[in-house]
Design a protein. Structure first.
Lengths: 299, 225
């Protein structure tokens, strides 16, 4: 059956190709980083838990060595070909493939239909781009490698934060935070729980600079035990709206440097927090909207 | 209470600007030790979780296509599309950009715009020019502050991205939510999560759009004075 193994094979091939091109271009640290990622995607299931742990340490060692370089700047060519239509191939294939694969549960793992469709769509789009734009065969991987280098070590930050969430779960961090938050929530108050959950997501995100880190803690502390299991709320909106409440926090924090501090420098603003100031009057009412919506779907 | 030390490590580490990856690893170690695990057990647990959440990083497999399209002038093409909207006020221009950014992010097209790609070369100068035209004939202090217009352009870009991208089913945050919930035995399709991003996307457009409308009105009123 086609499932995550196919997705990991495609991603692994891309990371491996990026590693080879990195070594060819003498970008050793970038090459090593992507080679380790390729190893994880190809062999992660075979090297054991400790082996994967060592792999993570190696990735972090390369990332913190300070030797990874940004992608080189490339002047794009004058526009030619149906670029906007080609750009739509991946999202359309991801959506259409998801619906199609659901009908073929023996061929494609239904739980992974979206990711399989995304990977297949990316391959299809790559082939179409090469055929229609008549680009040299390795051009796509090379352009992808450059973008990957632009992202740098930050590429694995979401995955590391998700893994940290797993350690938090083992250690019962959510239970402790939930206990603290729970003590502050008046018993039986759905609104109090929604307020603590949404506000907690935003505040936690402001401290961490990333809603991805706040989500595993707040969902296990308040989202699941109180809003879903306690008051019978639907887990899908509780999760999605909690994440969006966190995004309101991202708009308010200098910790999210790539969104808030880098653009201020790029636009040569005298006020380093100018972008955050311009965002605050949207972020605060939007946070209130999300909290009210969480309360409305659960109550 | 001791297990919260990992949260303190995260907060302090980010505040003191250590490499975030290092901070995350140290926070995991501290939390695991506080929970009574030995270091090797923490390493194994972390390695296991890392291997189980690879799909979070798998989304980068779209980069070759995005890179190839950008190399062939996709950004320029998108710019021409946006440039067709000139002759508008600063507020209307930014509101149009907000809508464009939300819709394209909802289709997963995150890299076609951004502070470096669109805001600095295109949106900020166009908004500045429009605001300047709106302030023509007014006193010096009644005109829009160009710094504020540029900051508003960058803010509009972030808001459009944040409250559009979660509608796309294969974005990192949707997959993270799916992964975390699966850890608690709750299986949810990405589609059900992304549908719930739509009300907030509409609210974001209305709230930020209203602010942009008020921005235009302030310029008009200042000129009338």
């Amino acid at each position: 059956m086609i499932g995550l193994n196919f997705v990991y094979l495609v991603a692994g091939c891309f990371f491996a190709a990026a590693a080879v091109l990195g070594f060819v271009d003498r970008r050793w640290a970038n090459g090593a980083f992507h080679a380790l990622l390729a190893l994880s995607f190809f062999a992660g299931d075979w090297i054991g838990d400790v082996g994967n742990g060592v792999l993570v340490l190696a990735l972090v060692a390369v990332a913190t060595s300070g030797r990874m370089r940004r992608g080189e700047t490339v002047e794009p060519a004058a526009p030619r070909g149906p670029l906007l239509a080609l750009a739509l191939v991946i999202p359309v294939a991801a959506l259409g493939g998801t619906l199609l694969f659901k009908q073929l549960p023996t061929v494609v793992d239904p739980a992974q239909a979206t990711l399989v469709a995304l990977a297949a769509g990316a391959l299809l789009a790559l082939v179409l781009c090469h055929l229609i734009l008549k680009t040299p065969p390795l051009e796509g991987v090379r352009a992808g490698r450059r973008l990957l280098d632009e992202i740098g070590w930050a590429a694995i930050m979401p995955q590391l934060l998700a893994s940290l969430g797993a350690i938090f779960a083992v250690a019962g961090v959510g239970t402790v935070v939930g206990g603290l938050a729970g003590a502050a929530i008046p018993a039986g108050s759905v609104f109090g729980a929604a307020l603590a959950y949404g506000l907690g997501m935003a505040l936690f995100t402001i401290v961490m600079g990333n809603a991805f880190a706040a989500f595993p803690v707040m969902i296990s502390a308040i989202g699941l035990p109180l809003l879903v299991r306690g008051y019978g709320g639907d887990p899908a909106p509780v999760a999605a709206l909690g994440m969006l409440a966190g995004f309101c926090g991202t708009l308010l924090t200098p910790m999210a440097a790539n969104f808030n501090i880098v653009p201020a420098a790029l636009l040569e603003l005298k006020d380093r927090y100018g972008v955050i100031r311009a965002q605050a009057a949207t972020a605060v009412p939007l946070l209130a909207f999300n909290i009210l919506l969480i309360w409305w779907v659960v109550r | 209470m001791l297990v919260l030390s990992g949260v303190a490590v995260i907060a302090l580490g980010f505040l003191l600007r250590f490499n975030p990856l290092l901070v995350i690893i140290v926070a995991a170690l501290v939390t695991g030790l506080a929970a009574g695990l030995d270091p090797l057990a923490v390493l194994a647990r972390f390695g296991h979780a890392f291997n189980q959440t690879r799909y979070v990083t798998a989304v980068y497999l779209v980069l070759p296509v995005i890179g190839l399209l950008e190399r062939n002038g996709l950004q320029e093409r998108a710019r021409t599309l946006v440039a067709g909207l000139k002759g508008l006020t600063a507020g209307r221009l930014l509101a149009s950009y907000l809508l464009f950014r939300q819709i394209s992010a909802a289709l997963g097209l995150i890299a076609i715009a951004g502070p470096a790609q669109t805001v600095r070369p295109l949106v900020a100068p166009m908004a500045e020019a429009a605001a300047e035209r709106q302030g023509e004939g007014a006193d010096e202090e009644a005109r829009a502050d160009p710094e504020q217009v540029r900051a508003l352009a960058a803010a509009t870009d972030n808001i459009g991205l944040f409250f559009g991208e979660d509608i796309f089913i294969a974005i990192g945050s949707i997959l993270l939510m799916k992964g975390v919930l699966a850890g608690y035995g709750i299986v949810i399709e990405p589609f059900h999560l992304s549908v719930w991003a739509i009300p907030t996307a509409i609210a974001a457009f209305l709230i930020h759009g209203a602010r942009l409308w008020l921005f235009d009105r302030r310029l008009v009123r200042r000129r009338a004075r």
